[in-house]
Design a protein around this ligand. Structure first.
Ligand code: KG4
Ligand code: ZN
Length: 355
């Protein structure tokens, strides 16, 4: 039997398929992004996302197999994201994988999306040994795990409200920056002063490793309104009031300073909890993964801070930090080797905990 796994990922707004050989050799990695489709709405519209997945899933899968220089018959199995995510989006991937597994007589493997983000780290750092702490920071998740052994982990902390990426996206919207906000905030923050505004760094109870990011968006709005700017939440107002005469055009230096200060607040909180988590479980390894792990400021700050405690920080290359199917295939390969094969009644689960 070959070691080739076809991975399929449709949990959110990327239609992705990839062929990976074993746990690290990426033969193809196709991602059809829906960013342009959702950009006018400033966020993902679930109904539009599932329709676009339906249009794209067959060509994306075909391209992944062709680019890998393989045939469907060469595959050892099909791995698909079953959750967490948007249920309508997940169902497109799950139904496609089931249909393929049935017609090809190949094993079907259900993969948790967050487990996929962990395997993205292993694709680039195959020698990263358990146990380690994983910080998964993306548009939908901000979770800290103790990965004790392959396939075995424990949740140490997670966000109580918005995910870190969601905070980037919401603050970008307030600042008039395009969706998705993370890369745009990072870009404009380069011209800003991270100490310009002192945004809150919430602490959730004594000893907790949980996060809270929703207050940051509110703090940014309050800061702008305190300076006489109207922010998007007030644009729907029907009556003219004093604020209607105030400016809505933000000064570029102010945007840069707010972006840099906001980014620093998120980076500080993520770094603080990740280091605390590593110390608490007594590991010298942290894996940083998920879309927010693309952020250079976070990478450098966390690595420098961790270095003081002789903790090493790992992160995958950028295209493996954001949603992709290579990470799903790699996780699927590990499951297949453990004999964890799904039956054809496999179903999507919008809220699927990793552990
Ligand atoms: O992992 P991902 O592609 O999808 C989810 O599973 O959610 O993450 C997307 C999120 C978005 O919220 C995006 O704004 C954020 O990752 N992101 C970033 C950066 N690049 C992407 N956040 C901060 N800095 C970045 N450079
Ligand atoms: Zn993700």
């Amino acid at each position: 039997m070959s070691d080739l796994i076809l991975g399929i990922e449709t949990s959110c707004d990327e239609t992705a398929a990839a062929v990976v050989e074993g746990s690290e050799k990426i033969r193809s990695n196709i991602v059809a992004s829906q960013v342009k489709l959702h950009a006018p709405y400033g966020g993902i519209v679930p109904e539009l996302a599932s329709r676009r997945h339906l249009e794209m899933i067959v060509p994306v899968i075909q391209l992944a197999v062709t680019e890998a220089g393989k045939d469907f018959a060469d595959l050892a199995g099909l791995a698909v994201t079953v959750g967490p995510g948007l249920v309508g989006s997940l169902l497109v991937g799950v139904s496609s994988a089931k249909a393929l597994a049935y017609t090809l007589h190949k094993p079907l493997i259900g993969v948790n999306h967050i487990e996929g983000h962990l395997y993205a780290g292993l694709l680039d750092h195959p020698h990263l040994e358990c146990p380690y702490v994983a910080l998964v920071a993306s548009g939908g998740h901000t979770h800290l795990y103790h990965v004790e052994a392959p396939g075995t982990c424990r949740l140490l902390g997670c966000t109580r409200d918005d995910a870190a990426g969601e905070a980037f996206d919401k603050v970008a919207k307030v600042l008039g920056l395009p969706y998705p906000g993370g890369p745009h905030i990072e870009q404009v923050a380069r011209a800003g002063d991270p100490r310009a505004v002192s945004f809150p760094r919430p602490i959730i109870g004594h000893g907790s490793l949980d996060f809270s990011f929703s207050g940051l968006k509110t703090a940014v709005i309050q800061y702008l309104e305190g300076r006489g700017y109207r922010t998007p939440r007030r644009r729907g107002a029907t009556r003219m009031d004093a604020s209607d005469r105030e400016s809505t055009v933000l000064n570029p230096q102010l945007v840069a300073d707010i972006a840099a200060s906001f980014q620093q607040a998120v980076v500080d909180v993520l770094t603080r909890n990740a280091i605390r988590a590593a110390k608490r479980v007594g590991t010298l390894r942290i894996l940083l993964t998920g879309g927010v792990a693309c952020n250079e400021s976070l990478r450098q700050h966390l690595a420098q801070r961790a270095n003081r405690d002789e903790i090493e920080v790992f992160w995958p290359r950028r295209e493996l930090c954001t949603d992709n199917a290579a990470m799903i295939a790699a996780a699927g390969y590990a499951r297949l080797r453990r004999g964890e094969v799904a039956s054809l009644d496999l179903n999507a689960a919008a809220d699927l905990p990793l552990c």
